[in-house]
Design a protein around this ligand. Structure first.
Ligand SMILES: *Cc1c(COP(=O)(O)O)cnc(C)c1O
Length: 429
């Protein structure tokens, strides 16, 4: 037997089955909206439809019921949702917001839209979410909010971070884009903080093209979130709103088309997650014995929903470099159908630690004079700021998406065979 990397026959070349969650129901829903003649029904006036059209409002009711929250507010992306959340929270210039280094960039850059300063805390070495001890060290009298991320589908340490937030009067904004359906001690991810944000973009568990939903139990925050998403200034007076902080409105509206599709997706989430978890269990049974590969840890009391399956990788124990394993397995396995441009869904590390992005390195977010970083020159974004994240990113973690619900046993067997083949022939790497 020879590695495909060295000219041998690959374990598999036929693409893995496409992960498609849309079908007949979504088609009918989209047609229903098209037949109505109006694809978005917001009004920029003090009117009931300032809060969205029929499908948007129905989605919000259904989402709130599903998650057991008082309010759900539909927006056009999770990115918009995070910006809305910081606005609603009244975050302003010079305020500090604790963020994590490992996520989509917006989870750390959202404070900058309001002139606030992102302060990075490190991630946990085993569960990869914000480390509560480091969060505690980073709290100052200027800390106004914490943005926590339920990274890779695992709920963050809401118990300890919630306690810290309460003690210091800090708001918790939970980015649950990667964890719809995850729970901690039975409580849904997204509803673990003060404001939670979900994404409905194509790469997430369920999607409607582009979209996001914000949840909260706080009436005042909910009203501000609704206003900010739809040109707040147009109607604040008509609604008797007196707190005008950050009431610069955007257009973050979800269309009726997206909402109608999202309404079909939500009821599918539980079954999709169930399949995802079955696939993870099957893969872990096949992979756990490989030296140097550690299956993801699940936090005590948590249900993980595996946006990605992130395994710790130890080069010494495995007897191979991470980059070599990556190249070798990629040569053995195909891409997912419909996603050929993305290649084999396997990677080493995850996003580069966000403070190493040019926006933080150059300390330049808005304008040309270092705003808003100039307000807080004591904060630096140097290499080494979050050592756990840096070590993990540089080779200590192997992430893949082979657990997608479209995968059946024979597909998963090919994955296990590829890993075993590479481990078996590791002396040749
Ligand atoms: C995908 C993602 C986002 C952004 O979602 P959009 O809907 O594309 O704006 C934000 N945070 C995390 C953690 C994500 O994975």
């Amino acid at each position: 037997m020879k590695l495909a990397l060295h000219g041998g026959t690959p374990v598999r070349t036929k693409p893995f089955p496409a992960y498609v969650t849309v079908g007949k129901e979504e088609k009918e829903a989209a047609c229903r909206v098209i037949d109505s003649g109006i694809l978005s029904r917001y009004l920029g006036a003090c009117h009931e439809q300032f809060m969205g059209g029929t499908e948007v409002q129905a989605l919000e009711r259904e989402w709130a019921e599903h998650y057991g929250t008082k309010h759900a507010i539909a927006v056009n992306s999770a990115t918009s949702g995070l910006i809305c959340a910081l606005g609603a929270a009244g975050i302003g210039p010079g305020d500090e917001v604790i963020v994590g280094p490992w996520s989509m960039s917006i989870s750390a850059t959202a404070p900058l839209f309001y002139g606030a300063i992102p302060v990075f805390a490190d991630v946990e070495p085993d569960c990869f979410c914000l480390d509560a001890d480091d969060v505690e060290r980073k709290i100052t009298p200027r800390t106004k909010a914490i943005i926590v991320v339920d990274l890779f589908g695992q709920p963050h340490d809401a118990t300890r971070i919630g306690e810290l937030a309460k003690k210091h009067g800090i708001l918790v904004i939970e980015d649950a884009a990667q964890a719809p359906g995850a729970t901690l001690h039975g409580k849904p991810a997204g509803a673990l903080g003060d404001i939670g944000i979900f994404s409905l973009n194509y790469h997430k568990h369920i999607h409607c093209g582009e979209g996001g939903v914000i949840v909260t139990n706080d009436d005042a925050l909910a009203q501000r979130l609704c206003l900010i998403r739809n040109h707040a200034e147009a109607v604040v007076e008509g609604l008797g709103v007196t707190n005008l902080t950050n009431m610069l409105g955007y257009n973050f509206r979800m269309t009726e088309l997206d909402a109608a599709v999202a309404r079909c997706q939500l009821p599918k989430l539980a079954a999709l997650n169930k399949k995802r978890l079955l696939n993870v269990a099957y893969l872990e049974k096949g992979l756990h014995h490989l030296p140097g590969l550690t299956m993801p840890k699940v936090r005590h009391g948590a249900k993980h929903v595996y946006y990605v399956h992130a395994c710790l990788f130890n080069e010494q124990q495995a007897g191979m470099q991470a980059s070599k394993v990556l190249a070798a397995i990629k040569a053995e396995l195909p891409h997912f159908a419909l996603r050929e441009k993305e290649g084999t869904k396997l990677g080493v590390g995850y996003a580069r630690p966000l403070y190493l992005l040019p926006i933080f390195q150059n300390k330049q977010a808005i304008g040309h004079n270092g705003w808003p970083f100039s307000l807080a020159p004591q904060h630096s974004y140097t290499q080494g700021l979050c050592p756990n994240c840096e070590t993990l990113h540089h080779g200590d973690i192997l992430t893949h998406e082979f657990m997608l619900p479209s995968m059946e046993k024979e597909d998963l067997d090919d994955v296990v065979n590829a890993f075993e083949k590479v481990w078996g022939l590791r002396n040749e790497l």
